[in-house]
Unconditional design. Structure first.
Length: 371
């Protein structure tokens, strides 16, 4: 988090508040009066314009502004300096506690804790176990493909009667149900029936007409569910074991690290609080700085329903001061600005917007560099 301009007053701006000012001459250059016209409006972050009516725009003596700011600056700067000191102290504490915690992890007694070392080794062996189980399933798939090809080749070579082709369809259906067809048992039975198979896979009896290759495939499929289910169960158990081992490691680490990490978390909490305090102070400072500013007014104007205003600037050495408030989203924002009054009959409109608000201090009032 960074803050620009130590001598500036900051506040939160959700929208874009602007005064559109033009100066029209009532005479030639010099000290003759000029008409200052403008408009007060907000441009939101979404690009919507809201004209602000009933906003008082004042012309005041610049000397009053300078005197008021000089009286206020000391208390504001004292408050900001104290909060900045608090923030820097909190940052230093976090840096120190982070170094201490990192050093603790390097020399942690966990490395010599038998239960922790054993649990970590068991967890490290889970991936290899899962790889072996996957290889077993891949091997069964390959074996099924080989037996299936041999069975179909045998039927074709021996010219087996067409009625026994239904048995091959049923064997195919049984294989698909195991190797990931994604269908439930009822759907599989309906599919087998449609293909001409009506017998349960566990009662696939060898026909006197079928080749031995079909018998071998049939026997493989009858025994396959028990083998496949056992591998699947072992796989699920391995994932469950991995989760349990991770939880156990976390519990052991928490027991050993809680004291050291508590100090770090406490320091981080203090840093977050210091950052929030400074941010809130700078959001409130403009309001607290100018909320009680009630100068003698040389000229004033109230903006109309469209945000338009007009006033007479009789001479040099004057400042335009205005404040307004507007509901933006769910919050109500207050806006303040101080700008030098035009000193000549300027023909080019002057747009005072987001970059000209008081927390930016474009004419250097708060920084003590007024012309």
């Amino acid at each position: 988090m960074s803050y620009q301009g130590d001598n500036l007053i900051f506040m939160k701006i959700n929208g874009f508040l602007a005064v559109f000012v033009t100066a029209g001459s009532l005479g030639l250059l010099g000290c003759k009066p000029r008409i200052v016209t403008g408009q007060v409006f907000i441009v939101t972050e979404g690009g919507l314009n809201f004209r602000l009516g009933d906003v008082e725009v004042d012309l005041v003596e610049k000397s009053q502004v300078v005197e008021f700011i000089q009286k206020k600056r000391a208390s504001i700067e004292t408050g900001r300096a104290a909060l900045k000191t608090e923030l820097e102290t909190a940052r230093a504490e976090v840096e120190k506690e982070q170094k201490d915690y990192n050093a603790f992890l390097v020399t942690s007694p966990l490395s010599t804790n038998a239960d922790y070392v054993r649990t970590k080794a068991e967890l490290a062996g889970i991936p290899q176990k899962l790889t072996v189980l996957k290889q077993k399933k891949d091997s069964l798939r390959a074996q099924n493909d080989q037996l299936r090809k041999a069975a179909y080749a045998a039927y074709t070579a021996y010219g087996t009667p067409q009625k026994f082709h239904a048995d091959l369809a049923l064997l195919d259906n049984q294989a698909n149900s195991i190797f990931g067809s994604g269908q439930d048992s009822s759907q599989r039975r309906n599919q087998a029936s449609a293909l001409g198979g009506s017998r349960s896979p566990t009662h696939l009896q060898q026909s006197s007409y079928e080749p031995s290759q079909v018998k071998t495939w049939r026997e493989f499929l009858v025994a396959l569910p028990a083998v496949w289910n056992a591998i699947t169960k072992q796989t699920y158990q391995a994932y469950y074991d991995a989760a349990s081992l991770r939880a156990k490691l976390a519990e052991i680490e928490l027991h050993f690290n809680s004291a050291a990490s508590a100090q770090l978390h406490s320091a981080e909490s203090r840093l977050e609080s210091a950052e929030t305090n400074l941010k809130n102070f700078q959001a409130r400072s403009a309001e607290s700085f100018f909320d009680d500013f009630s100068p003698a007014v040389v000229q004033k104007a109230m903006s109309d329903a469209d945000g338009n205003f007009s006033l007479v600037c009789p001479r040099k050495g004057l400042t335009i001061f205005a404040k307004a408030q507007c509901v933006v989203g769910e919050s109500q924002e207050k806006y303040y600005w101080l700008v030098n009054a035009p000193i000549a009959a300027e023909s080019t409109p002057l747009l005072l917007g987001n970059s000209n608000l008081i927390e930016i201090d474009p004419d250097g009032y708060l920084a003590g560099r007024m012309p």
